[in-house]
Design a protein around this ligand. Structure first.
Ligand code: SAM
Length: 258
């Protein structure tokens, strides 16, 4: 495949300000030089999740190191809607899909949970965090979803914020059609969470507890049982359409000199 001339965006955990010189990691230097075939003098975008996105000139690009000098901000810092994804731990590949898609779909926080029927009790936090960063680099985000360590669903519910609504995706059909229910309940300014269960679904005790919470809106995602990753993507898209930022105008980004 020929090298792409697309706008390259790189996440870096360093303060970004005019004229700052940023040392990139060895892996980032390798990526820029050998994968994207860039050379010194080229430009890239840098963001850190706090200071927006900046146009940066590659002042040095060697085999092992790269130095970028910030020219100016091309995108102001902006957050994503106040949406959490609560998802039960599932097998590695599908959980990675969920992490990537949650970032792309503008989730602010990802809370993996262990439910009564969870049969994949571990996750690789570093790998999932790297996946959310790659997704943010690829899709123009300037914020990275906050990824939490797994905890028990019941423990999370014990400290549930009273103002946060829960879109409880319930394959057992406790709720009605998701679009109509969400439109009827739409409280655009409210914080929300989308809740997706494990491969084994929710236990009766979990379902009873969730249905008893005043914050819960139980919904069906149709007559088919979806895989957890499919259900997460469908529910997040639905929420963004009704309550989130899919109706907002696209953000203008000044990439004229990138
Ligand atoms: N093993 C469960 C069963 O057969 O009933 C299916 C669990 S499903 C693979 C994983 C999760 O995706 C569910 O707990 C639920 O949160 C969500 N989900 C899947 N299909 C859904 C549907 N049609 N409506 C609502 N949620 C759904």
């Amino acid at each position: 495949m020929p090298p792409s001339r697309e706008h390259i965006r790189i996440y870096i955990d360093a303060p970004l300000s005019p004229g700052a010189q940023i040392a990139l990691s060895r892996e980032q230097a390798h990526y820029l030089r050998n994968v994207m075939r860039r050379s010194a003098g080229g430009t890239i975008g840098l963001f850190n999740g706090r200071d927006g996105e900046w146009r940066a000139s590659l002042t040095e690009l060697g085999k092992q190191h790269a130095l970028a000098t910030l020219d100016g901000q091309i995108q102001a810092q902006r957050g994503t809607p106040d949406l959490w994804l609560i998802c039960a731990l599932i097998k590695r590949a599908r959980l990675e899909t969920i992490a990537e898609k949650a970032a792309e779909l503008g989730v602010r926080e990802i809370h993996p949970v262990i439910t009564e029927y969870t049969n994949a009790p571990r996750m690789n936090t570093d790998r999932l965090a790297a996946i959310t960063i790659e997704a943010a680099e690829q899709c123009g985000l300037v914020s990275i979803p906050k990824l939490y360590e797994p905890e028990k669903l019941h423990a999370l519910l014990d400290k549930w914020p009273p103002e946060r609504r829960v879109l409880f995706c319930d394959e057992a059909g406790a709720g009605g059609a998701a679009l109509a229910r969400l439109q009827a309940a739409a409280t655009p300014q409210a914080p929300w969470a989308v809740l997706i269960g494990p491969e084994g679904g929710f236990s009766p005790a979990e379902r009873d507890r969730l249905l008893a919470m005043p914050q819960t809106l139980a919904v069906s995602l149709g007559p088919r049982i979806l895989r957890a990753d499919t259900a997460a993507i469908a529910a997040l898209g639905l929420w963004q359409s009704v309550c989130g930022d899919w109706n907002n105008a696209p953000v203008a980004i000044d990439r004229t000199a990138v």
